[in-house]
Ligand binder design. Sequence first.
Ligand SMILES: [Zn+2]
Ligand SMILES: [Zn+2]
Length: 316
Amino acid sequence: MLRGVGAERVRARRTASRRPVDLASHVGAHPRGGVERQPCARGRHPKCDPGSIRLSESAAQLIRVLAPLGAFALGLALERIAPHATLRPAWRANLGLWLLDAMLMAAVCGACGWTVAAWAQTSGVGLLNELDASLGVGVAATVVGLDLVSYAWHRANHEVAFLWRFHRVHHADADYHVSTALRFHPGELLLALPVRLGAIALLGASPIAVAAFEVIFGIANVLEHGNFDLPRPVEKTLGAVLVTPALHRRHHSTERSERDSNFGTILCLWDRLARTLRPTTSASVFPTGLPGRSGAGARSLTSMLLAPLRSSAGRT
Ligand SMILES: [Zn+2]
Ligand SMILES: [Zn+2]
C-alpha cells in the first residue's frame, strides 16, 4: 500500500492515464520513431520533464548497434596487444550466425524492448512506474534488474535440457574469442524474447533505461568473450564487481562443473549471492568448448542450426 506523496503521485497518474487528452501535452518520440503529441501524465518522466533527456528511438537503436561494434573493435585490439591463447577463430560460422540472428530479430522484434517500455510508461504499468521513480533511479534499477533476469535465464539455459539444446551452440566454440559473443542459436534468442519483454513490463522500465541496459549488456557481452589478458591489478579491481574475460572464459570450460558457474554478464554479484562464482584470473589456462565438439561440426553454420535436433544434444 502506497501512502502520502507516493500515493498522491500514483493516483494522479492513474487519473491522467484514463483521460483521452489530459494535462499538458508534450512533444516526444513515438515508440516506433517519428514524433507525436502525447498526454503527459507526470512531470518527472523524461518524456514529460522539460530539459530532461529526450532520446528518440532511432538514436537509441543507433547507439545500441554502434556501442557493441566499438567494443568489438576494442576487443580485437586488446587481443592483438595481450592475447591469452593462440586460436583459430570460427569467423565465418560465428559471423554467419550473427547475420542470420540480426535479420530474424529485426523481422520478429525490431525495437520491441523500446516499444514495450514506452507502452508501460504511458500506461503506468510496472514497479518503477508505480513508484514514480526518477530517471537516474529508473536507469540504475533497470540495468541491475534486467542483468539479474539475464543471470537467471542463462542459468536456466544450463539446467533445463530443452534450453541447453540451443545454448550449447554458443558453448561449442572451442576458440573462445570476441566473435563467440555473436554465436547464439536463433532459437535461443526467440525463447529469451518473452522473458526479456515480460521483465521490462513488470519492472516498468523506461525506454531510455532499456536502451541503456542494452548498450551496457552488449558491450559487456562482447568484451567478456575477449581472448586477452588484463593486467592483474585491473583484473582484480574489475573482477570485484564486473564479469571479466577470465571469469566468463571459465564458464566456457570443457569441464561441466566449471561450465555451470559464472553465469553473469554485467555484474558478478548474482554469482556471488547464488554461490555460482568460480574466481579465476588470466593466468589460468584451460581448454574451452564442448568435449568432442571442436571439429568441423562446431564451425559449420548448417551444423550449428541443426544442433538442437541432434540426438546427442543432451548435456555433456
Ligand atoms: Zn552458458
Ligand atoms: Zn559466453
